[in-house]
Design a protein around this ligand. Structure first.
Ligand SMILES: Cc1cc2nc3c(=O)[nH]c(=O)nc-3n(C[C@H](O)[C@H](O)[C@H](O)COP(=O)(O)OP(=O)(O)OC[C@H]3O[C@@H](n4cnc5c(N)ncnc54)[C@H](O)[C@@H]3O)c2cc1C
Length: 581
């Protein structure tokens, strides 16, 4: 059947048609209704659910969000009642005629077309399908939608209820250690599964700097996760079982063959190796795409067609630090863009889209990892000069019980402008990264961070908050008060300098660099001659556990005429970069 349904725009108010009924699409629909009571707003969603909490799916998998209904924030009925929206689930937009201003829709066996005055595209992203043989096996899942999590929960219940699984506990392979992959690992482990995690990159959470990733790897190992880094999954194949009569039968389990030749056996596999923009519809309609394949939009979400707007995972944004145009698949930008597009559609003043920082956070068991702005790899690739600072302060005053180390890495431009920051720790990481994200957005420098006035009482922070400390350290490095060396320069430091370890004798005994001279920092002033003799004119590369005692030592040495450098982040960072030390 082909027909034109609904009111023509002439008969009622403006008709706004929205493709995609989740983050960006529903944000736009709700805002448009608040701005225009008389518009006809039609939301077309190919799936069975709208306005569902996709970010909550991993926590329903784990059981923390017990009730499935909690994920379903609205239904077409509730949206009709509360916002007078015409929400059509199971309606897939198959084409856009931008000249006639109408979309073609497939709904079950029916096809119809619908004219629009304004069309908003929020089709999201599609999962990247890696080249793994046997990916269609029923044991292989992904985690993107409500039906996905339903299928995973059913399979887990089945495995937990029956002794038919392959090992002592049901076993899973998760392919991809990105944000969602890590959330899936945590959820499966919480449910009692033995989990293997396979990641092609040389560290978990590839957007994280290499110095911080080992902390997550240790946390995964502490929870029994078998981590395989630097390898890819190549093939999935069914495992046959031999029953009592000697017959071969399928167990539902599979083998996953890795690129290093290893074979893992699993009762289920989750593949989450990233997404790409769902821009096929826009491409077919002749809308302009960027080189990344994402839909090109201007500052108020207009595509290259004056009647079509686009938002969310499908569109290109400007990366704040590098200026690169790329998609950034995160819920925050999608929601804000939806609101902006509705403002633009309704003829309101729009707040032009700010460049995107890519601020993101994930919980990995007891740890939190978060990032904002450009990481070191991005800065290097873009050729942006920067200095990197590593600090490991407590999340709150050390004398108040329960203080936990916050591991922070931040990059600053030579003029002191903050370019990016990352953090890992058991407490207080979220607020520091959010402060630093705000600081980057405001164009703040090391001086500004040093002067930030943040809420403090001993249970919450320190009079010198970790964010202030980052500012102080960066000021010291950038103005030459504390020249530093980096863990990545270890080989050169070992070959050409005197390594001075100012930790205590007992710390030194637990592990140290070959050839390092150990002088505990409180003894340094009395033993300067020893340093002078050992250095024999060479630079002195100082380190302690975290960079604090070695900073004091470096200052003493500098004022005594030595050429001295302090190791950024100390032994903690050194061990993360060189795990075999
Ligand atoms: C499991 C999971 C966890 C996540 N966790 C986080 C998190 O913690 N923090 C964070 O910032 N981000 C998170 N994200 C990412 C975030 O959900 C997305 O960035 C955001 O939803 C993008 O919004 P969107 O509107 O572009 O796309 P979506 O919200 O994905 O909505 C797109 C919708 O469009 C529909 N659609 C596509 N094509 C058509 C068509 N032709 N016709 C009709 N309908 C169509 C799709 O079915 C889909 O429902 C997570 C994503 C997932 C999957």
């Amino acid at each position: 059947m082909t027909a034109t349904t609904g009111l023509s725009p002439d008969e009622g108010g403006t008709r706004i048609v929205i493709v995609g009924g989740v983050a960006g699409g529903m944000s736009a629909a709700a805002r448009a209704r608040r701005l225009d009571e008389h518009a006809e707003i039609v939301v077309l969603e190919q799936g069975a659910y709208v306005s569902f909490a996709n970010c909550g799916l991993p926590y329903h998998l784990s059981g923390e969000i017990d009730q499935r209904e909690a994920l379903l924030l609205h239904t077409p009925e509730s949206l009709a009642e509360s916002l007078n929206l015409d929400v059509r689930t199971g309606h897939r937009v198959t084409g856009i005629d931008k000249f006639a201003q109408k979309v073609t829709i497939a709904a079950g066996d029916d096809t119809y077309s619908l004219p629009y005055d304004a069309l908003l595209l929020s089709p999201g992203a599609v999962a990247v399908r890696p080249p793994i043989e046997g990916l269609d096996h029923p044991a292989v899942h992904t985690l993107r939608t409500v039906p996905d999590v339903d299928a995973l929960r059913d399979r887990i219940e089945e495995l937990l209820d029956s002794p038919g699984h392959i090992g002592p506990a049901p076993t899973a392979v998760v392919v991809g250690a990105g944000f969602i992959g890590l959330e899936a690992v945590e959820a499966l482990t919480t449910r009692g599964l033995q989990v293997h995690l396979v990641e092609l990159s040389d560290h978990v959470l590839p957007p994280l700097d290499t110095e911080l990733a080992p902390l997550l790897a240790d946390e995964l190992a502490a929870h029994g996760v078998d981590l395989r880094l630097g390898v890819s999954a190549q093939a999935v194949a069914p495992v046959g079982a031999v029953d009592e009569s000697g017959e071969h039968s399928s167990t539902g389990a599979v083998t996953v063959t890795l690129s290093d030749g290893a074979t893992l056996i699993a009762d289920l596999v989750i593949v989450n190796v990233g997404v790409r923009p769902a821009s096929a519809l826009a491409l077919d309609a002749g809308l302009e795409l960027g080189p990344s394949g994402a839909i090109r939009v201007d500052g108020d979400q207009h595509t290259s067609d004056p009647h079509i707007w686009a938002v969310g995972d499908a569109v290109e944004v400007t990366q704040a630090i590098t200026g690169a145009r790329m998609p950034v698949p995160l819920a925050g930008p999608a929601n804000r863009q939806g609101r902006r597009a509705a403002d633009s559609i309704c003829g309101r003043r729009t707040t032009p889209q700010a460049a995107v920082l890519g601020t993101a956070i994930v919980r990995v068991f007891g740890l939190t990892a978060a990032t904002t702005g450009a990481n070191q790899a991005t800065l290097r690739k873009a050729g942006i000069k920067h200095q990197v600072m590593h600090i490991h302060p407590g999340d709150h005053a050390g004398y108040y019980p329960g203080s936990e180390q916050v591991h922070l890495v931040a990059s600053f431009a030579p003029d002191g402008t903050l370019l990016g920051a990352q953090g890992v720790g058991r407490a207080g990481v979220d607020k520091r990264i959010d402060i630093l994200a705000t600081a980057i957005r405001a164009g703040m420098s090391a001086d500004d961070l040093a002067e930030l006035e943040l809420a403090y009482a001993p249970p919450y922070g320190s009079a010198k908050d970790p964010v202030n400390m980052l500012g102080f350290v960066a000021q010291n490095v950038l103005d030459g008060t504390m020249p530093q060396w980096q863990a990545q320069e270890l080989d050169e430091a070992m070959a050409t300098t005197l390594l001075l370890d100012v930790r205590s004798r007992s710390e030194f005994a637990e592990g140290h660099l070959d050839g390092a001279l150990n002088i505990p920092h409180l003894e340094l002033r009395a033993r300067l001659d020893e340093v002078r003799t050992s250095a024999a004119g060479r630079t002195v590369c100082v380190h302690c556990a975290s960079g604090v005692r070695s900073y004091l030592a470096t200052r003493v040495l500098l004022s005594e005429g030595f050429d001295a450098l302090n190791l950024s982040g100390g032994w903690l960072t050194l061990r993360a970069v060189h795990p075999n030390l």
